[in-house]
Design a protein around this ligand. Structure first.
Ligand code: FES
Ligand SMILES: [Fe+2]
Length: 367
């Protein structure tokens, strides 16, 4: 079963994916459809008409509503059936109301809240520094579909020791995994709702991207920051940058990134990545070169590994059920998994208490 934290923001789509038409996407085991109203505000409702279960994504957007393509019921952004063409008055049909999700559009991403709508507070979306500074960073975006449980993708990002083995291009290809690991120091910092894995590599050369795209001298000795901050359930704020040893950090080439994983189903995930850069910001060929660089790393190297891992785990989505051996580099992913499990357990306990305390309907009380 897919186990998730409900009262939190998840990425549904990039803003640019939602134009004038509808967008159908399965998110956390629910078929959803996104559309924009006449003010351009995004809405997300269940992509299944309650009449004969037609996909509303195949319908038309009319007057801020979505019309079912099969028999014409119309639904507004709150999922209310506001027009029934088969009744004399054309009035809405409350019995046909469907689920709608609270949305938030920020950082070029449409976020949805699968939990209690009354708790959907925009202030709970973590602040991502580089996306708050659009003048200082150019940004490119990508979206992958991974055949693996979402926490396997988080594990991958929180234990970057794998880079020495499956991303040799990050180090310019000039070092052995042993040299890379020996030059790297890590320190874990925990907050009440975040974990930061500080990771600095010192005394080696720059990555191939820093040399090829940002003109760093391959012979110069650099500090490389690969610090990752995890926000539950699956958002990673990644500081990636290199600067010459002895120079200030600001003098370097920085490629900060946001990675967000949204479960599609128990065994598949949507993987959104947003990459900034503080150098060569106005050059479209650098946009493409970075997309190619990350396509190589994430789609051709990480994604197949995560999929093979899931394949090897069979029909198990929680890796802890299979008693994995732990290494020193697992501290961050293990801590994140524990924190997420605690948050989910707390949320479930609160839900159970709330339903016990909820006033019962009069009919129920009569029995
Ligand atoms: S299936 Fe939607 S109105 Fe009939
Ligand atoms: Fe990776």
């Amino acid at each position: 079963m897919l186990s998730i934290l409900k009262n939190t923001w998840y990425a549904a789509a990039y803003s640019h994916e939602l134009g004038e038409g509808t967008l159908a996407r399965t998110l956390i085991d629910q078929k959803a459809v996104l559309f924009r109203d006449s003010h351009g505000e995004a809405a997300m409702i269940l992509n299944r008409c309650p009449h004969r279960f037609a996909p509303l994504s195949a319908g038309r957007i009319i007057d801020d509503t979505l019309e079912c393509p099969y028999h014409g019921l119309r639904f507004n952004r709150d999922g209310e059936c506001v027009l029934n063409p088969h009744s004399k008055t054309k009035a809405g049909l409350p019995a046909a109301n469907i689920r709608a999700w609270p949305l938030l559009e920020r950082y070029g991403i449409i976020w949805f809240w699968p939990g209690d709508p009354a708790k959907a507070d925009p202030a709970l979306l973590p602040v991502i520094d580089f996306l708050e500074q659009p003048d200082d960073y150019a940004v490119v975006r990508g979206l992958l579909h991974v055949k693996g449980h979402y926490e396997l993708v988080v594990d991958n990002l929180l234990d970057l020791s794998h880079a020495a083995f499956i991303h040799p291009q990050f180090s310019g290809g000039n070092y052995t995994p042993e040299q890379l690991l020996a030059a790297t120091t890590q320190r874990l910092e925990r907050g009440d709702r975040w974990i930061t894995n500080h990771r600095i590599r010192s005394g080696l050369g720059p990555s191939s991207a820093h040399v090829g795209l940002f003109g760093m001298d391959p012979k110069v000795v650099v500090e490389t920051d690969t610090t990752m901050t995890w926000h539950p359930p699956a958002m990673l704020d990644f500081k990636l940058g290199s600067w010459e040893v002895g120079q200030p950090r600001e003098s370097g080439a920085h490629i900060p990134q946001l990675h967000i994983i949204t479960p599609e189903t128990e065994f598949t995930s949507h993987y959104f990545f947003v990459n900034g850069r503080n150098r060569r910001r106005d050059e479209p060929e650098v946009d493409q070169a970075l997309l190619d660089f990350f396509d190589m790393a994430f789609r051709q190297q990480d994604e197949p590994m995560i999929e093979m891992v899931q394949e090897n785990m069979g029909a198990v989505s929680d890796i802890n059920e299979l008693n994995p051996i732990l290494l020193a580099t697992d501290t961050a992913p293990v801590s994140a998994r524990r924190m997420l499990a605690d948050l989910i357990a707390r949320e479930r306990a609160e839900e159970a208490t709330a339903s016990l305390n909820a006033p019962r309907a009069p009919a129920e009380m009569a029995h």
